[in-house]
Ligand binder design. Sequence first.
Ligand code: SAH
Length: 359
Amino acid sequence: MDRLNLLDVVPAEASAALLEFVRQENLPSYRANQVLRRLWQVPAAGFGEMAELPAQLRARFTEIFALPRLEVGARERSVDGTEKFLFILADGQGIESVAIPDRGRLTLCISSQAGCALQCSFCATGAMGFQRNLSAWEIAGQVRELLLLDPPIPVSNIVFMGMGEPFMNWKAVSTALTILNDPDGLGIGARHITVSTVGVLPGIVALAERPEQFRLAISVHAPNDELRRHLMPINTKYPLRDLIAAAKAFSRRVTFEYVMLGGVNDSDAHAWQLASLAKECRAFVNLIPLHPGGAGNFTPASAERIRGFSRAIRERGVQVAVRKSRGKDIAAACGQLRVERLGRRSPVRSDQHGDVQVA
Ligand code: SAH
């Protein structure tokens, strides 16, 4: 019989399973709470490491429950303190997480899929194609593994800006969001957790329906449909007009992500168009310097052009920030480390895959 993976369910469900087990075994109920605490709050590498349990009991828990790990396949540290992790999954797939320290905060950029089906023209993950969806524990487990390092890396903020499109794997992402936020899970405040999407509409609606204040970022990257279709094929299915309407309906303030591609989307005219879209839905604009080594033959916009672009937006009364480019020397943009280490695998077309599921 398969052991129940306590990390792949929300804490309430893990707690119920543990309580049921201790009841059957005639153990005191605090034993269930001791284990629950060691799932996420003070993670243990395995039951064998739970020194607070008698040896016999550790062995018994191991027979019934699983606490799987992600294997650290590579770890690289940038001169700016950014650290990038390549995790190897049980089936040999590789996924990435990037830990970004910034003034007392530690933001972890996590992956939701191995590969990605969306083929944004500048993105290294898109170029490798879709491999598979991650399970909830493989998503939240990226944070858990950082806590299990010696010394541990405690995480204060989460962005779903690693590999994959979170809204094409909503069921697992939704469970992972609960684990990340729940006080019996990782206890990270919902306002410190940002889901980033190319604009998969049903996903935006599903996130909006959650009662917690999770944040939403939309990868806009072009201020008109013609250019956006060219850069992001998904725009055919979910054009800008619909995205703006969804952003407007979202209960919290949305962030627009906009990667600065030299000579492609970085003119003042683009800035004005973008500003009017942002104004319509009261979005905050985040300008991202292009990370070299993504995909396609794009050139980063110059620092001077980025400044001009941001000024043009601000002059229209829209809040804008330029994202600091971090970890350039360790290829820290979406998908880059995996390509370096594992090579480019032949992609699986998303329509050949059973497990692509939209929210
Ligand atoms: N699929 C989601 C989340 C993953 S990508 C999304 O698209 O939002 C996270 C962000 O990194 C996106 O805004 C994406 O466009 C951006 N990105 C991808 N490749 C990049 C590169 N080479 N340089 C800078 N940003 C990049």
